[in-house]
Design a protein around this ligand. Structure first.
Ligand SMILES: *[C@@H]1O[C@H](CO)[C@@H](O)[C@H](O)[C@H]1NC(C)=O
Ligand SMILES: *[C@@H]1O[C@H](CO)[C@@H](O)[C@H](O)[C@H]1NC(C)=O
Ligand SMILES: *[C@@H]1O[C@H](CO)[C@@H](O)[C@H](O)[C@H]1NC(C)=O
Ligand SMILES: *[C@@H]1O[C@H](CO)[C@@H](O)[C@H](O)[C@H]1NC(C)=O
Length: 381
């Protein structure tokens, strides 16, 4: 009985084609892939990463991303943040919930004040994707987003994401998408929330002791009270609140300044913005390093994107549970400012800002292929 299951599973995994049987997750509802120094788990809902295990400075496995223990709970809890999934077809905000292509204006759903966030309430991160390929170190999820399924979006989009792991604790993410029949906004990201201490640092659950380095990102987008870019591109002077370019710094380096509260919009402490990579950033450069002195874990990000969104969880309100792989006996909840979401992507609302020169990059038409890739490499301090 047991043997038979294994044979069936491995045939499904090897062929991994629709019609040959959809690959099944493990008993815990998750798909697991691994390579030396890294183990990652996923569910089809949102093409979500649920667990990511890497080694700390003592060689002990740590689950460094947020999520839930119960795989079946993700779709039930619609109020959860975009936990480690793929927002789409247009990530982050669309200003005033509208965009124009070839002179025609399309109106999207206002689900974030006057703006659209993550394409509205039928966003890709809240849908069940198809699992189209699984092996021991790689998994592919696919989605068909039909015309009319996302309010105001035009045309049908076919998308997929392949997550793989490799030696030296590397996590690779590759997304491809095409538009079947018309030009449509297409701008994706992978939206993972990290706490490199797995909430086990006895002295703090907050993210402010983690250090951040973004050597190619002196520039960032100014935002309004609703976290929508105003159109201005600012340059952070060395030592100022949004400066992580001049040297690696604790995320809380400006915590004692008055700028810290309100830096990410009305009532928002810390960060929720977009940093731009310099035009002359070397290809394949590490554009961001997040590290925790306590766990001794360091995470290096490489990407083909032109910038990155950082969000330090100001809106986490202590209601969500931590996983059993995280926290301490008394610490069981995701408190405010206790995590950081890092989302490599194109300019927020670039579709409505011709001056930035990103409109063409954010619209995909028939015959074109949208490509997004990033990799995270984990090591020990
Ligand atoms: C995504 O869709 C879900 C389900 O409709 C909704 O609860 C959630 O608020 C949406 N996300 C955003 C960012 O609007
Ligand atoms: C999954 O595949 C089935 C069969 O091809 C298709 O009907 C369905 O729309 C797909 N689901 C998604 C989310 O793309
Ligand atoms: C992903 O989608 C692209 C574009 O539609 C397609 O060419 C590619 O074969 C797909 N890859 C996988 C692994 O499904
Ligand atoms: C892993 O890291 C070691 C030490 O930095 C390096 O020598 C080796 O080439 C790396 N292996 C891979 C597969 O990247």
């Amino acid at each position: 009985m047991h043997g038979l299951n294994i044979i069936t599973a491995s045939i499904g995994m090897a062929w991994g084609v629709a019609g040959q049987g959809v690959p099944k997750p493990g008993a815990d509802g998750r798909y697991t892939i691994s390579a030396p120094g890294i183990r990652a788990q996923f569910i089809a809902y949102g093409a979500t990463l649920t667990n990511l295990f890497v080694n700390n400075k003592n060689g002990k496995e740590v689950d460094v991303v947020l999520g839930y223990d119960d795989a079946a709970y993700y779709p039930k809890d619609t109020s959860h943040p975009t936990y480690n999934s793929i927002p789409g077809r247009y990530a982050n905000r669309i200003g005033k919930a509208q965009f124009t292509i070839d002179g025609k204006t399309y109106r999207t759903q206002k689900n974030d004040g006057q703006n659209t966030l993550h394409s509205g309430t039928n966003n890709w991160s809240y849908r069940f994707w198809n699992v189209t390929d699984v092996s021991t170190d790689s998994i592919t999820f696919s989605i068909v987003d039909k015309e009319g399924e996302s309010t105001g979006m035009t045309g049908t989009v076919l998308g997929n994401v392949t997550y793989s792991v490799a030696a030296n604790a590397t996590w690779n993410i590759k997304m491809m998408a095409t538009s079947a029949d018309v030009k449509t906004p297409l701008m994706l990201t992978q939206h993972t929330y990290f706490n490199l201490d797995a909430y086990k640092n006895p002295s703090t659950s907050q993210i402010w002791d983690h250090t951040l380095s973004m050597p190619y990102s002196r520039r960032y987008l100014a935002i309004d009270s609703g976290a929508l870019p105003t159109g201005q591109i600012l340059t952070a002077s060395a030592g100022s609140i949004n400066d992580f370019a001049s040297a690696p710094k604790p995320l809380g380096h400006a915590r004692s300044t008055s700028a810290f509260r309100g830096n990410c919009g009305s009532g928002c402490e810390g960060y929720n913005g977009f940093w731009v990579f310099d035009d002359n950033t070397p290809k394949d450069a590490v554009i961001l390093t997040l590290a925790s002195p306590w766990s001794g874990i360091k995470a290096d990000l490489r990407t083909n994107q032109v910038g990155v969104v950082l969000y330090t969880c100001a809106w986490s309100d202590g209601s969500a549970n931590l996983k059993k792989t995280q926290g301490t006996g008394s610490r069981k909840k995701v408190e405010k400012s206790s995590c950081i979401a890092i989302e490599a992507q194109d300019y927020i609302d670039g579709i409505n800002r011709p001056a930035w020169g990103r409109v063409d990059a954010q619209i995909t038409g028939p015959g074109e292929v949208y490509l997004w890739s990033s990799s995270w490499t984990f090591s020990q301090l």
